[in-house]
Write a protein that binds this ligand. Structure first.
Ligand code: HEM
Length: 290
């Protein structure tokens, strides 16, 4: 397997883990009915927090290998030590400490744990704006680019990371004990979700103008082709979200079992499309934005 493929794979795993932790902890903290927290929390969180730490740790060696262009450099202490003293190394160190904090906060006892996990995961996710193309500008433009990119990541995480707890809520709807809480939670989510979707679209468009300076219409450029595919997949996700909110949810009053089934399938499709969106950016985020 090539170094580039491993770097892209590590980026994808990092995005998936972080967006799941951030999105589901915000969902549990701010949207889920109190009775529902225990069930969703136990199943989803610990594995993703560990994955966020391990992929953050792997970031520096992989980047060393990429910069030098060899696997040896990824495990060469002299190269790693030298890289550690640069802005790349300092950002890596900061992010690894944040990932350790996230792991530790996750071990806390209720009531502050969810808030702590949501906030530390949010800071770790937003800190991706300290590197890559989002960090290529200086001065006021650099600051605004960073803020917009952080908003892009947090809105994307709030949307994608909530979809798995939503699936679990749909499964609990028929549960005689948790059904009422699950239905209340889904109603809350279907109104809160609008802000996350609108935020990721607006910040994505601004990102495109800041990084590329134009719409990605030149498909002979791998960067523009992959970004266009990402926009297309996001449009399909928005269409599914609209279908869920304005067709299937209202149908739950008259034909609940069929509507819940349709919601489950559509949410699963949204999750798969979201993973494909992250896979695309894991690759084109490493390419020259021309
Ligand atoms: C579900 C929807 C979306 C999600 C989850 C998402 C997620 C992401 C992630 C994780 C990054 C890379 C972060 C990094 O490593 O710094 C990113 C970058 C970016 N996104 Fe999105 N995004 C979404 C939709 C969009 C849309 C609709 C657009 C355009 C209209 C867009 C434009 C961009 C651009 C231009 C970048 C910068 C890529 C680079 O580093 O050159 N995104 N997005």
């Amino acid at each position: 397997m090539t170094l580039d493929a491993v770097v892209a794979g590590n980026r994808l795993l990092h995005y998936l883990a972080l967006m799941l932790v951030f999105g589901s902890s915000v969902f549990l903290w701010k949207i889920a009915a109190p009775g529902l927290r225990v069930q969703i929390d136990r199943r989803l969180m610990l594995a993703a927090r560990m994955a966020a730490l391990l992929t953050a740790l792997a970031g520096l060696p992989l980047q060393a290998g990429e910069i030098v262009g060899s696997w040896q450099a990824a495990v060469d202490p002299a190269v790693l030590w030298k890289l550690l003293s640069t802005a790349i190394g300092q950002t890596w160190l900061f992010r690894v400490l944040l990932a350790l904090l996230l792991l530790a906060v996750g071990m806390l006892r209720q009531p502050g744990r969810l808030r702590g996990v949501a906030i530390s995961a949010g800071v770790l996710l937003a800190s991706l704006a300290l590197s890559g193309h989002a960090a290529m500008d200086q001065g006021l433009r650099g600051f605004l680019h960073g803020v917009n990119h952080a908003a892009h990541l947090l809105c994307g995480g709030a949307w994608l990371g909530s979809l798995l707890p939503v699936l679990l809520c749909l499964r609990l709807l028929a549960d005689p004990v948790a059904g009422g809480d699950a239905s209340l939670t889904l109603r809350r989510f279907s109104s809160a979700g609008h802000a996350a979707v609108a935020g990721v679209l607006l910040s994505g468009a601004i990102n495109t103008m800041l990084v590329l300076g134009r719409w990605p219409t030149d498909w002979s450029s791998p960067y523009q082709l992959l970004l266009s595919l990402k926009i297309l997949l996001t449009a399909a996700m928005v269409a599914l979200a609209i279908l869920n909110r304005y067709v299937f949810v209202p149908r739950m009053k008259s034909a609940a079992p069929a509507a819940i089934d349709a919601l489950r399938r559509s949410t699963l499709m949204e999750i798969c499309l979201g993973m494909a969106v992250l896979a695309l950016v894991s690759v084109f985020g490493m390419l020259e934005p021309v």
